[in-house]
Design a protein around this ligand. Structure first.
Ligand code: SF4
Length: 688
């Protein structure tokens, strides 16, 4: 006799997780049977895990919510007690809770396809305030026509084919909004299809599992549709009592809550007492699939086998499984194993050779996500929006990049704002900001331009610049170029001119006495001519005027050395600071009578002067030489052309009453044709 054993058996991941959580948190009471196997339940009891009928019967500090899950209100009741909840709801079931809660709050009427009495279905219904309609393959669906919006979910262990038939019927009958979720768990789907396949080849089927297990009963149901004799066994003892008919092939499958130990016992017993055991054709199919290529860069779809702290293990077909290590899961680097439930389909890219440690093919989900995001971007750029790419290579006549599944080509004529780049290779790995010129969806090609972006951005900057640049506004500018007549200064990318006369209050011969190329300074906008595109800047206008500095430095009454810079009929102008001159009236040149100021000082003399008065408004300083001399000092006759000589005092010749201040001011005003200081003031446009 030939015996075909299923290759998928033992506890499913949901049951395994619940058992592990229970043992870890023992002593603990599970509300309801943790799994459908009396032997295992007894063993768990020895470890401090007890199954009770309801919250009232819980006698431990901790309460376990089993893999079937519970309704929201029931969980709230437990929360009201002083018990600690350990939630072992299977992630696949939890997903259904979330779908149902959301649909219910969005106004959908929830339809659960499954067994109305099953605890999992009761729990699901508890997430829409027990308002769901529960149907199975025999239900009349006409009553559902009254609802505007329907949301369909199925019990995780419902038969996939039957769920599909119900959905087909609904979609045919209704034109209203129907949302359908595939919530049958992967373990169930795999075991059901394997059972179907083995039953097709067998004369008799043995299903190992508990009579009270929904998925075990479902396996019986599937098998009986394909082979004449199906026997459910819950223990080895039961199997031993079965009298197998003298058939040629017996198939063996197991429910999700059948422990591996029991299955192995059955396997050993059958191989020793009944006939030759082989694994199902599914495995052979797997061998054939071992020729599947695992080329790097290939995109594969797989179903989640398990997810833990290390990453997600995927069934990708062929000889090996795939593994997405946690840093390859999400683009943002986050990873939560709880989000990846068994059977969930994931698309990933092969990123390396088989990892000898895990025996799995390394995959990346985030790379696929990036591609998919890129495709989403393609839709968002059709209206001319700017997008960014990184240049992957240069090609004849332009640059190439990827955007999702599209190839982006930037022609050489569209890379720079003006002209062509000399070296295309220098752009490789650089980012470009582009707008679309053309999209070919059939060939997945985009032709794009950076030039258009640069031109548009410059125009935008220009508009903002001319809007904001106004006379008397202070702007920051960087010196770009220096000429004999001034400096070209870049303000927000625009060339403005700062004339040499507007750089310093003092006379300067070259611009670089004040400004340095590449340095940034504050300038005052002097004039703006948008039509001609000209902006004049001043630098000195933002610097303190030397007169103001001198005023603070030399108060009235102080004495200072200065240089005679010019002689006029009524006196001499003495420079006390660069750019600051004061007048020594002829009457203030000496204690004696001075007919001609040249008798006392010459241009270039260094003389000591006293500050007699400062007129801030007219910026005039009145100086006196004689105030620094002893009363009896008489000036010596000044030899001609003698310069840079401090005047020595000499004996007083005659007593002469000096002119009063008013007189000297009057004389200054009346005869100032040679007055350099006055000339300076005349040319200034300084606001107080
Ligand atoms: S949903 Fe699937 S994996 Fe979860 S407990 Fe049920 S059978 Fe097991």
């Amino acid at each position: 006799m030939k015996i075909i054993f299923a290759q998928n058996y033992g506890f499913c991941s949901g049951i395994k997780r619940a058992v592990m959580l229970a043992i870890k948190n023992a002593p603990i009471c599970s509300i309801g049977t943790l799994l459908h196997n009396e032997g295992v339940i007894e063993k768990l009891k020895e470890k401090g895990v007890y199954c009770v009928g309801g919250i009232d019967e819980v006698f431990t500090d901790k309460v376990l919510i089993r893999s079937h899950g519970m309704g929201k209100a029931d969980i709230e009741i437990i929360k009201q007690s002083d018990k600690t909840i350990i939630d072992a709801t299977c992630p696949s079931v939890k997903r259904i809770h979330e779908i149902v809660a959301k649909a219910y709050s969005d106004g959908f009427h929830v339809v659960i396809v499954g067994d109305a009495a099953h605890p999992e279905v009761l729990g699901i219904n508890g997430w829409c305030e027990n308002s769901a309609t529960i149907v199975d393959e025999n239900s009349d669906l006409d009553g559902l026509c009254d609802y505007e919006k329907l949301c369909f979910v199925s019990q995780t262990t419902f038969r996939a084919k039957k769920y599909a038939e119900i959905i087909k019927k609904i979609q045919k009958d209704r034109l209203k909004t129907v949302e359908i979720f595939d919530t049958i768990c992967y373990t169930t789907t795999v075991r059901q299809s394997e059972a179907e396949s083995i039953a097709n080849k067998s004369d008799e089927m043995i299903v190992i599992g508990s009579r009270s297990s929904k998925n075990t009963r479902m396996l019986c149901d599937i098998c009986s549709g394909r082979c004449g004799s199906v026997t459910l066994v819950e223990s080895l003892a039961q199997l031993k009592n079965i009298k197998l008919s003298p058939v040629s092939t017996v198939g063996v499958v197991a429910g999700a809550s059948a422990p591996e130990e029991l299955i192995m016992e059955v396997k050993v017993y059958m191989s020793q007492n009944i006939g030759e055991v082989s694994v199902s054709d599914e495995l052979k199919a797997g061998v054939e699939e071992s020729f599947v290529s695992y080329r790097e860069g290939k995109r594969v779809k797989g179903k989640v086998i398990s997810a833990d702290e290390k990453g997600i293990k995927l069934s990708i077909g062929g000889k090996y499984d795939g593994i997405i290590y946690k840093n390859e899961v999400n683009i943002d680097g986050s990873y939560d194993p709880e989000q990846f439930t068994e059977g969930m389909e994931i698309e990933a890219i092969i990123i390396g050779k088989k990892d000898p440690e895990t025996d799995c093919i390394p995959l990346s989900k985030k790379k696929v996500d990036l591609i998919l995001e890129g495709d989403k971007v393609v839709d968002s750029i059709r209206d001319g929006s700017v997008f960014e790419v990184t240049v992957s290579s240069d090609s004849k006549g332009g640059l190439l990049a990827r955007l999702g599944t599209y190839t982006v080509f930037v022609p050489s004529s569209h890379i720079l704002e003006r002209g062509f780049p000399k070296d295309l290779k220098s752009f490789v790995k650089k980012k470009l900001r582009l707008t679309v010129l053309e999209i070919d969806d059939d060939k997945h090609k985009i032709i794009a331009s950076q030039k258009n972006v640069l031109v548009a951005e410059r125009k935008e900057r220009e508009e903002i610049f001319w809007e904001n640049v106004k006379p008397n506004v202070v702007v920051a500018g960087t010196v770009k170029r220096i000429t004999s007549f001034g400096a070209f200064v870049s303000v927000d990318g625009f060339d403005c001119l700062a004339h040499i006369v507007d750089l310093s209050w003092n006379h300067i011969k070259t611009v670089d006495e004040v400004l340095k190329i590449g340095e940034t300074y504050d300038f005052l906008v002097l004039s703006v001519d948008r039509e001609k595109g000209r902006v004049s800047l001043g630098y000195k206008q933002l610097q303190p005027h030397p007169f103001v500095v001198a005023m603070q430095k030399y108060p009235v009454g102080s004495e200072v050395e200065g240089k005679v810079v010019s002689i006029v009929p009524f006196g001499a102008f003495v420079q006390i600071e660069p750019g600051v001159e004061g007048l020594v009236h002829v009457s203030e040149a000496s204690h004696g009578f001075t007919k001609n100021i040249n008798e006392v000082v010459k241009v270039g003399d260094i003389v000591k002067v006293k500050i007699l008065a400062i007129d801030e408004e007219s910026r005039r300083i009145t100086l006196s030489i004689k105030a620094c001399l002893p009363e009896d000092a008489i000036p010596e006759a000044k030899p001609e052309n003698e310069e840079d000589k401090v005047r020595k005092p000499r004996a007083k010749k005659t007593e002469r009453k000096p002119k009063d201040d008013d007189d000297s001011q009057k004389e200054w005003k009346e005869d100032s044709s040679n007055n350099q200081f006055a000339d300076l003031l005349k040319n200034l446009d300084i606001k107080d």
